[in-house]
Design a protein around this ligand. Structure first.
Ligand code: ATP
Length: 572
């Protein structure tokens, strides 16, 4: 149960070749290793998995830096659904084109020309679409994904199955566009499953894969002759792509791949091997290490654009924000009604006040549970954009803090705080009200920060829900209201130091009860006496230490959130 056994699997074996500018197709049946090969060449596979071999681009060893200066179109389109096609393209252009070389007008022109080239004019101002919002069609989405990469005019373009899921005409027009680019001297490398003839005829170079090995790599036009020489006949009118798949099917003999063995002995491969040996002989890894590639745009500019997009996304998808606001108003009124005009007579005066404070803190903490979805729902988008050089991790993190934490988590708190404060008839004092709002905001911020940390650490909602429930419930028990912390086992009571509930509850109790006098028929009791009895330090520092502790929890959680975002695995 506790020991993990890793089973090693050979996914690519003895794969060598040279790809030049032009249309380079990687073809083969499903599971033959097309995507794996593409990812290795593109520097997107975890180097730990590569046991031997080297990939060179322009005589430079491929590192993850290649991701910043090449383009990669993934199989499942990853776009911001609430933005239009034009806005998505502009986002890519603004972040990935250097401001020194391109003015705003130049970037605008590039967006327009990509829209023109990809035939996206009719849907340029249509939103991409989300789960709840019908947007552009699948083909238009695919073209937009390609456009996001073409914006930078990359000399090296990788595409993982660019035609999968598209109708024949759309697939054809996309391949024609890629061919046009390749004619301009760009190296287009793509995996493709079963192209029709008109698409196949656009390939310059073909790499045929079967079970992780190459069974042919060379000019696409010479592939049929190669297999005919081996005794395989392509029937007239048969699509060569279908013919190659038929050839690969059924050629495995136990663990042997005879076609791969024959290919490795062919004069063509020996020739390629000689050229590769020459390249590696004249290759000095130190001299050819290549300069570190940086981001195209500065930090503050990225922050402005990514925050702007986050705000726009919230405004166009306002359900969560509305629900948050509605929930705050509803619970504010509910608390106000339950504890309406708390009297100054004992025992209600103390019981209702302390009960109300605990209820308010519970609402503040649990009302922010929605924050756990923040990094999970955008995880794929973040990984794709971050690893493709759109923006730094710190930019993404700060954009969430500015565009989500402040408007979504602080503003509604003031509404929630103000409603019950006056309905309950708490201290009619401006300073007390202000300190009460500060405390509620700090409770909200520290609870949200903890939710952010869980969100950045968990891969799924289910996991995040389990992980968030545990600290919230433990902190509630150690909040000082449900159980007397002094009577607790000393081995457990230290947990009170990490309880957001305790700091929030203590601060609210100090603000309201300090210097108040409560009476009953024959006796009177001061708030200070109650605070003494509960061992709550109500000195000035005693009050502020709760705020310091909440700030500390918030800072630690936010720093750890950033660390977790950096640790997310970007390798495929
Ligand atoms: N991380 C991994 N762990 C285990 N097996 C893997 C891993 N990555 C790839 N494979 C296996 O390697 C083989 C090649 O996978 P790959 O995705 O490259 O194939 P493909 O030719 O692109 O297939 P398809 O056309 O279906 O996308 C498959 O059998 C796959 O299950």
């Amino acid at each position: 149960m506790f020991s993990r056994q890793w089973v090693e699997k050979d996914i690519l074996r003895d794969v060598s070749g040279i790809l030049n500018p032009g249309m380079n197709a990687i073809m083969g049946p499903t599971g033959s290793g097309k995507t794996s090969l593409l990812d290795v060449i593109a520097g997107r596979k975890d180097p730990k998995g590569l046991k031997s071999g080297q990939v060179l681009v322009d005589n430079t060893i491929v590192t993850s830096d290649l991701r910043l200066c090449s383009a990669y179109v993934v199989q499942n389109d990853i776009l911001m659904g609430t933005l239009t096609v034009r806005e998505n393209l502009a986002f890519s252009a603004n972040l990935r084109l250097s401001r020194k070389e391109y003015s705003s007008a130049d970037k605008q022109m590039r967006v327009d020309s990509v829209i023109q080239e990809l035939g996206l004019k009719d849907c340029a101002d249509t939103k991409i679409g989300t789960m709840f919002l019908r947007g552009v069609s699948g083909g238009e989405k695919k073209r937009c994904s390609i456009g996001m990469e073409l914006i930078t005019s990359p000399s090296l373009l990788f595409l993982d199955e660019p035609t999968t899921g598209l109708d024949a005409n759309t697939a054809n027009s996309i391949m024609e566009l890629l061919q046009k680019l390749s004619k301009k001297g760009k190296t287009v490398i793509f995996s493709i499953h079963q192209p029709r003839y008109s698409i196949f005829s656009q390939f310059d170079h073909l790499t045929l894969m079967n079970k992780g090995e190459i069974i042919y790599a060379g000019a696409a036009t010479k592939a049929i002759t190669y297999f005919e020489e081996l005794g395989y006949k392509c029937e007239p009118f048969n699509n060569p792509a279908d013919f190659f798949l038929d050839v690969t099917n059924g050629t495995m003999v136990e663990n042997e791949n005879p076609l791969a063995v024959i290919y490795r002995k062919s004069p063509h491969f020996l020739n390629v091997k000689d050229r590769l040996t020459q390249i590696s002989d004249g290759f000095d890894p130190e001299v050819t290490k290549g300069d570190r590639v940086g981001y195209a745009t500065p930090f503050y500019y990225q922050l402005m654009l990514v925050s702007g997009r986050t705000v726009r996304n919230i405004l166009r998808n306002p359900q969560t924000s509305y629900a948050q606001l509605f929930l705050n108003i509803f619970f504010g009124i509910l608390v106000g009604l339950i504890y309406y005009q708390i009297p100054h007579t004992l025992p209600e005066a103390l019981q209702n006040r302390t009960g109300a404070f605990f209820f308010l803190v519970i609402n503040m903490v649990f009302g922010n549970l929605s924050a756990v979805e923040l990094f999970i729902s955008e995880r794929v988008l973040f990984i794709h954009e971050n690893s493709s050089g759109f923006y730094r991790t710190s930019v993404y993190f700060l954009s969430k803090v500015f565009a989500d934490l402040i408007p979504n988590r602080i503003l509604p708190v003031f509404i929630f705080s103000a409603i019950p404060y006056f309905m309950m008839g708490l201290k009619p004092d401006v300073e007390a009200f202000f300190l009460y709002c500060v405390t509620m905001s700090m409770v909200s911020l520290s609870a949200v920060s903890l939710a952010f940390l869980i969100s950045a650490s968990a891969g799924s909602f289910a996991m995040a829900n389990i992980l968030i429930a545990l600290p919230y419930v433990v902190m509630m028990v150690f909040g000082g209201f449900l159980v007397n912390l002094n009577s607790m086992l000393s081995g457990m009571s230290w947990l009170k130091w990490a309880s957001i509930f305790r700091y929030g509850y203590n601060a609210l109790a100090i603000i309201e009860l300090k210097d108040q006098v409560f009476t009953s028929n024959y006796t009177s009791m001061t708030g200070d006496m109650y605070l003494d009895h509960q061992e709550i330090d109500y000195s000035t520092w005693g009050f502020w230490q709760n705020q310091v502790a909440l700030t500390g929890i918030m800072c630690v959680c936010l720093i750890l959130t950033y660390v977790q975002l950096r640790r997310i695995n970007r390798w495929k």
